[in-house]
Design a protein around this ligand. Sequence first.
Ligand code: BDP
Length: 327
Amino acid sequence: MFHKISKEVLGAATALALVATAGAAEEWRAWNIHVDGHPNTAAMDRFAELVAERTGGEVTVEVFHGGVLGSQPDALEQVQLGAIDIGNFNLGPIGPLVKEANLVSLPFIFRSVDHMFRVLDGPAGDKVSAAMGEAGILPIGWFDAGARSFYNNSGPINSPADVEGMKIRVMNNDLFTGMVNAMGGNGTPMAFAEVYQALGTGVVDGAENNLPSFESVGHYEVSGFYSLSEHLIIPECICVNTAKFGALSQEMQDAVRSAAEEASVYQRELWAEQTAASRTAVEAAGVKINEIADKGPFQEAMAPVYADYLAANPDMTELVELAQSTE
Ligand code: BDP
């Protein structure tokens, strides 16, 4: 009797387990470096809501904010390995992993954010996306990250000569180290989470970022001058482990993609508002925003950066020319 019941129970349990496996929910862990109040944090939360809604709960995303899953270079490797499933990444730190992604990290390659998006939406962008997907970091949505400018304490920066001798924190990418070095400074890669303290204690003399990030993590509290060099216009992505995304049915892939696209539209709206609001907030806190009358000398100083990059990656010449010639 006992034996008989247990067999029936076992049979039912096995059947249930099979049903559960067939309809198994995908639970994705998402990396986000930003804190509450930053546009990307709100956009990633919106993305998670939309994914749950549009996949009928078949895919869910838990977003870990504030970089608690690790630094950006580490998190990118985790995405490649599938240990982290998805995240909001800046293309700067993707360059060392995917050489095509470096296209967008060349200083002054884009004339404006609009120009950057036109390149991204065209054939050059298709090449960058395809290479990223092959490297395991598939972009499914594009965020605005504005333009990055220098900030420091010693005074306004108006020309490359003002950067001379300064130790400037940059994101992890040889292009950015080369960029600061080409101005006579000392480009120093460092994790984002360490920059506040490094600025406060004088371990670095300055850093560079867009206005929303300059404000959100308090760098403005330890930097008196923000000089609008706007030397880098780098997009950000919602990027997913390529194999995980590819394992979804076509219907689920479409649902996740549409969630990423809608979250990106939302992010770009928030971004525009936040850039203006951050400027007002940091000025109110005493930061001097310095307009640079002539950015020409900064652009000219970048000649060796382009020369070195193209000498090391001659196959990237076509892509660079394609971006530059995009109207
Ligand atoms: C912010 C980016 C973030 C970077 C950070 C940095 O959104 O992805 O990690 O800059 O400078 O603007 O490291």
